[in-house]
Design a protein around this ligand. Structure first.
Ligand SMILES: [Mn+2]
Length: 337
């Protein structure tokens, strides 16, 4: 339940202000884009200036979402992003709670001290300072949390298709099509409600998941056949891809989306990781099933964090050293996994 005081604060902000900037995190995923665009479509009104800004580009499989064509990508249009941010009266931070995830936009956002800040997120331990914090780690996704917020603001709002399609896309992608973080009945009640808006869930699924490039499918085949390491005694599996291998398959950001989950489909595997050589670092994703807290593991050893069963991290060592470090840590953690 969203506290009544939060809803009345939001109502006041929407009544008093006209310029809203909705901020998404770097490498935006389905939840951050779905949430931003749902709120964008909800707020959209001739009397208002509502802008969705992302630090870098969104993956191609999200570009069809209603309103996506209006998103300003900071990396491509830094001046336009900066002027909208400077003019904003209200910022919404959606699906992240750590200011560094804005990358270069962070200092621009911090330059506007007058704008009211609203945080809507489901990650643990928010560090963004905001006048209004709507944070709940028990929900499946920011989109589900935003669904409750919009429903409390105006019960009919979510019955508008552009809002409902985006909320559904956020919930669907953040739960891996309802395979994880979807064990609360409230998630399914939200989905049932969104379906009453007349959205076509098969079409949304297909546009997001049956929309991969040929080279991405071949990269996945290569990763599974040649680059997946399964350690049955450690209940762990991981995939590692070097820069050269990614380039060979014409890698573009988003291509490895979901790869980290693949080892979890192997019997008795409860902990999985994906190591990608990107930029001057090894970017890491972790997933687990059950009690093993990958966010704590990542923050302790790989400079990252996230959720209990899904986290990110990074390492400045070489791929070989990173994998060696990871495998030696598994010795210590085998009993917990
Ligand atoms: Mn999320």
């Amino acid at each position: 339940m969203i506290p009544a005081t939060a809803i009345s604060t939001l109502k006041g902000l929407l009544d008093r202000h006209d310029r809203f900037v909705l901020l998404s995190h770097v490498n935006p995923d389905g939840d951050s884009i779905g949430s931003s665009l749902a709120l964008y479509n909800y707020l959209h009104d001739p009397g208002r200036e509502v802008t969705v800004i992302t630090p870098n580009d969104l993956p191609a499989f999200l570009k069809w979402l209603p309103g996506a064509e209006d998103i300003i990508v900071g990396k491509y249009k830094p001046e336009e992003a900066a002027s909208r941010i400077a003019a904003a009266e209200v910022f919404f931070f959606l699906d992240f709670n750590e200011p560094g995830r804005l990358k270069k936009l962070e200092s621009t956002v911090n330059g506007n001290r007058d704008a009211y800040r609203v945080l809507i997120d489901h990650h643990p331990s928010p560090v963004i300072e905001a006048g209004l914090v709507i944070s709940d780690t028990s929900v499946s996704s920011t989109a589900e949390l935003l669904y409750s917020v919009l429903k409390s603001l105006d019960a009919t709002s979510i019955l508008r298709s552009p809002v409902a399609v985006n909320l559904y896309a956020g919930i669907m992608t953040d739960t891996g099509c309802f395979r994880y973080n979807a064990s609360h009945s409230a998630t399914w009640e939200a989905v049932a409600d969104l379906m009453r808006a007349g959205i076509d869930i098969n079409d949304i699924y297909s546009r997001i998941y049956d929309n991969y490039s040929e080279h991405r499918m071949r990269l996945m085949g290569f990763a599974l056949d040649k680059k997946m390491v399964i350690l049955p005694e450690k209940h762990t599996g991981y995939i590692w891809l070097t820069r050269e291998e990614l380039e060979r398959y014409g890698y573009v950001p988003g291509d490895t989306e979901g790869f980290v989950n693949l080892p979890l489909s192997v019997e008795n595997i409860r902990f999985s990781a994906l190591f990608l050589e990107l930029g001057d670092k090894i970017k890491i994703s972790f997933r687990s099933k059950g009690t093993f807290a990958v966010n704590r593991f990542s923050s302790a050893y790989f400079n990252g964090g996230g959720h209990h069963n899904a986290a990110g991290g990074e390492c400045t060592m070489t791929m070989e050293e990173t994998l060696k470090k990871f495998e030696s840590l598994l010795e210590d953690y085998a009993h917990e996994i």
